[in-house]
Design a protein around this ligand. Structure first.
Ligand code: SF4
Ligand code: SF4
Ligand code: SF4
Length: 394
């Protein structure tokens, strides 16, 4: 009970810190103006809003068709090629969704609540508070807050550095300082807790689990095949930053958050990419995150981030459950035999490795040195019951 209390308190402190960091970043130099809409309902009830949603509905429908086609193709292959069928059985048994059911950890509940609340605020906050920002807006994936001036959101400036440097020096310093400070404070926990694109992908994974459709478990070779895609994305992002192009045309988030907030956007390739993100996220949790350029850039500061993954190598029995559960395919958490700090640049602090680790205290998520989530044999065993002489899944 004491441990539970400690987790709740630490989680609340984390949320408060995240919120503080977030708003400390926002308020010193942002100018608010009143929206044309006094309440969110006024806009959300309008026919205009429904019209704006049409492209998103088409994207969702096309993704559903794509997923159905993939499932059908896989069934066809399994029927016609027995080797594929056996291969598919082995591979799909390793997906995160197949971990034994267990009592939900407070860390996980808090993570979902924070993700949903932040996504809600990022998408509809501007409408609900009847505000828009006339200066640089909320960080990453937040164009909806700038209801009329999308080009001035801060993720716009992150991808258009040439324009950022045209701002007054004070704004540049605050922008750069707060961006780096925020990344140090939270690191890629931003991906695990705050990013709406992460939430969208986690929801797709949950839908797959509920529909009992097998996912795809990726091995190192498959992750390796994605590496060139990641580098292309990073090159496009960084290249356009300096060359003056518009990364927003490639950003899949443009096909979701502004549209949900009732802003018509030109989708260019972002709509197509969003279909791939939804389909990919359905079969493989957080697939887009493995190639996301923003995630990669945030990962560059992972060595000084306050969130860490710690491992007690003495307690580890080398079962590999953590590696199989990790949506980012981080092998080090399983293979490391000496170091206590196993935080990787790709780690999004989702806590899946800790959830699936069967050894007490072998893996932990820590914040500023304090353990906020620790692996527990008791939790794992809560997913099993006695079946004769052995244990079976509940
Ligand atoms: S990797 Fe990119 S898409 Fe994924 S959660 Fe992080 S910022 Fe969002
Ligand atoms: S190492 Fe653990 S916390 Fe990090 S991404 Fe993998 S499963 Fe999530
Ligand atoms: S799940 Fe835990 S016990 Fe198994 S390899 Fe990973 S750290 Fe070690």
């Amino acid at each position: 009970m004491r441990a539970r209390k400690r987790i709740i308190i630490t989680s609340i402190v984390c949320i408060a810190l995240a919120a503080l960091a977030y708003f400390a970043w926002l308020f010193p130099f942002y100018e608010f103006e009143t929206n044309d809409y006094t309440t969110s309902l006024e806009k959300l009830r309008s026919v205009d809003y429904l019209n704006t949603l049409v492209p998103l509905l088409i994207i969702i429908a096309l993704s559903a068709v794509g997923i159905a086609l993939c499932v059908w193709l896989r069934k066809l292959m399994a029927k016609t090629d027995k080797r594929y069928s056996r291969f598919a059985d082995v591979r799909t048994s390793r997906t995160t969704g197949n971990a034994p059911k267990q009592k939900p950890a407070v860390f996980m509940i808090v993570r979902w609540i924070v993700m949903i609340v932040f996504s809600f605020v990022m998408i509809w906050g501007g409408l609900i508070f009847g505000l828009r920002m006339s200066s640089i807006s909320i960080p990453i994936l937040s164009c909806p807050w700038n209801t009329e001036q999308m080009t001035e959101s801060s993720c716009y400036y992150l991808s258009h550095l040439n324009e950022l440097f045209e701002l007054p020096i004070k704004s540049i310093l605050i922008f750069m300082g707060s961006t780096i400070g925020f990344t140090i404070l939270l690191g890629r926990a931003i991906c695990g807790f705050l990013c709406p694109m992460g939430l969208v992908q986690d929801i797709m994974d949950k839908i797959r689990q509920k529909t009992k459709i097998e996912g795809i478990a990726m091995n190192e070779k498959m992750y390796g095949a994605l590496t060139p895609v990641k580098w292309c994305m990073v090159l496009i992002f960084v290249g356009l930053c300096f060359a003056g192009g518009n990364f927003c045309n490639f950003c899949p988030a443009v096909a979701v958050s502004p549209i949900l907030a009732g802003i018509s956007t030109s989708l260019y390739v972002s709509g197509f990419l969003m279909i791939l993100v939804l389909m990919g996220g359905f079969f493989k949790r957080r697939l887009f995150c493995t190639v996301c350029p923003l995630g990669y850039l945030m990962g560059l500061l992972h060595k000084i981030s306050l969130f860490r993954i710690k491992k007690d190598c003495q307690a580890c029995t080398e079962c590999g459950a953590c590696y199989e559960a990790c949506p980012m395919g981080i092998k080090m958490i399983y293979t490391e035999r000496g170091k206590a700090d196993v935080t990787d640049a790709n780690c999004i602090m989702c806590g899946e490795c800790v959830r699936c680790c069967p050894e007490n205290n072998a893996l932990s998520v820590t914040f500023a040195g304090a353990k906020i989530y620790t692996s527990s044999r008791e939790k794992i065993m809560s997913g099993y019951k006695r079946g004769g002489n052995h244990y079976v899944r509940k």
